[in-house]
Design a protein around this ligand. Structure first.
Ligand SMILES: Nc1ncnc2c1ncn2[C@@H]1O[C@H](COP(=O)(O)OP(=O)(O)OP(=O)(O)O)[C@@H](O)[C@H]1O
Ligand SMILES: [Mg+2]
Length: 341
């Protein structure tokens, strides 16, 4: 069954669009056919994919009754986008006057939903007519949340609204802590209380990673912009988790049907993403790794590189234990004297 997944939270700026874009891209890399619908008039999804404003958008579907296939644009292999536009701001009051006002999107989606493995709907940060349409159309809801006190308070309100709209909390499939900062005690504390309250609904956190915001600014997905970044590793892990939950197995891309499936997502299982993150060593120290002379060289360790699978090596530098791969230049460092809080 195709899944229609609303990515929502009433809080703004907590990673909804970043999650939508990088989960969509991750699914597409695994061979899923994905439709992304942007119901936020800010049109951020289109910008994150680096795409110009298309001629047709969600407005044409909701207001002019155009068919979805006539209004989507292909933004990447396997990813269609039904983009948003400023005009949607105006459209909300028109939609609100219709007798089927809560199900306009769901009705428009019905004839095409089977063309896709996943439909991801990026919501804006309030309970608008458009977001309500998104929640009504969704079979599943995933909720990115920042690890901040008020954001967690807002989750309870969101939960009440999901129950009111869907009649049950059952559609809430995942809560994704975003912008997790391992150097910050509050991040750890709030992650623990989130897990206490919502149990297994809470996924591993997506760490704060400047590469994610740089990718957004460049109009690239994190796998395109920096596939070795923590952001890519964390979103790849999330895609694997979602694939498990929704029983999706990687498929060959159309152009790869005669070749073995190649999954270029970073392998999160082998990435052993450290939850505690010490500040990185000075760039000069890191570049020392490439120099022929490796101070305090300790040699290979019994651990494989999460990216290329070759044995990692280890050096001690300025109180850090640095693991690195000579082949693909992967590196990870931890404080030799234990983790700093
Ligand atoms: N894990 C992260 N680490 C660092 N920056 C991040 C991370 N996730 C998102 N960002 C950045 O934070 C900003 C807000 O993210 P995003 O647009 O995804 O939030 P949003 O919830 O969709 O916001 P809005 O409510 O305005 O739609 C963006 O600049 C994005 O690049
Ligand atoms: Mg957004």
């Amino acid at each position: 069954m195709p899944r229609v997944i609303a990515v929502t939270n009433f809080k703004g700026g907590i990673g909804k669009t970043t999650t939508t874009v990088n989960v969509a891209a991750g699914f597409a890399i695994k061979g899923a056919s994905v439709l992304v619908i942007d119901v936020d008039p800010q049109s951020n999804v289109r910008m994150c994919f680096g795409h110009a404003e298309p001629r047709r958008s969600l407005y044409d579907v909701l207001i002019d009754n155009k068919k979805i296939p006539d209004c989507v644009v292909q933004v990447r292999p396997n990813i269609d986008l039904l983009a948003s536009s400023d005009a949607l701001l105006q459209a909300q009051s028109d939609i609100g006057k219709r007798p089927d006002w809560g199900r306009v999107l769901e009705n428009a989606l019905r004839p095409v939903v089977r063309n896709y493995d996943f439909v991801l709907i990026d919501c804006s940060a309030s309970l608008t007519v458009l977001n309500l349409n998104a929640l009504m159309a969704a079979s599943d809801i995933i909720v990115p949340t920042a690890l901040e006190h008020l954001a967690l308070q807002g989750l309870r309100q969101l939960g009440r609204n999901i129950t009111r709209i869907k009649g049950t909390m059952g559609a809430l499939r995942m809560i994704i802590p975003t912008m997790f900062d391992g150097r910050n005690r509050q991040s750890h504390r709030l992650l623990a209380s989130l897990r206490e309250e919502y149990g297994s609904l809470v996924t591993d956190p997506v760490r704060v990673n400047v590469r994610l915001s740089e990718a957004t600014a460049e109009g690239k997905t994190i796998y395109e912009y920096d596939p070795r970044s923590n952001g890519a590793i964390d979103y790849a892990a999330l895609v694997e988790k979602l694939s498990d939950v929704f029983h999706f197995q990687a498929k060959p891309m159309p152009e790869q049907v005669t070749q073995p499936v190649h999954n270029p997502l970073p392998n999160p299982a082998r990435a052993v993403a450290p939850v505690e993150i010490p500040p990185p060593p000075e760039p000069a120290l890191v570049s020392n790794l490439q120099a022929e002379e490796k101070p305090n060289f300790r040699g290979p360790v019994r651990e494989e590189c999460p990216h290329c699978g070759r044995p990692l090596e280890q050096v001690m530098l300025a109180g850090y234990r640095v693991y690195f791969c000579d082949h693909c230049k992967y590196k990870r460092q931890e404080l030799a004297s234990g983790v700093r809080r």
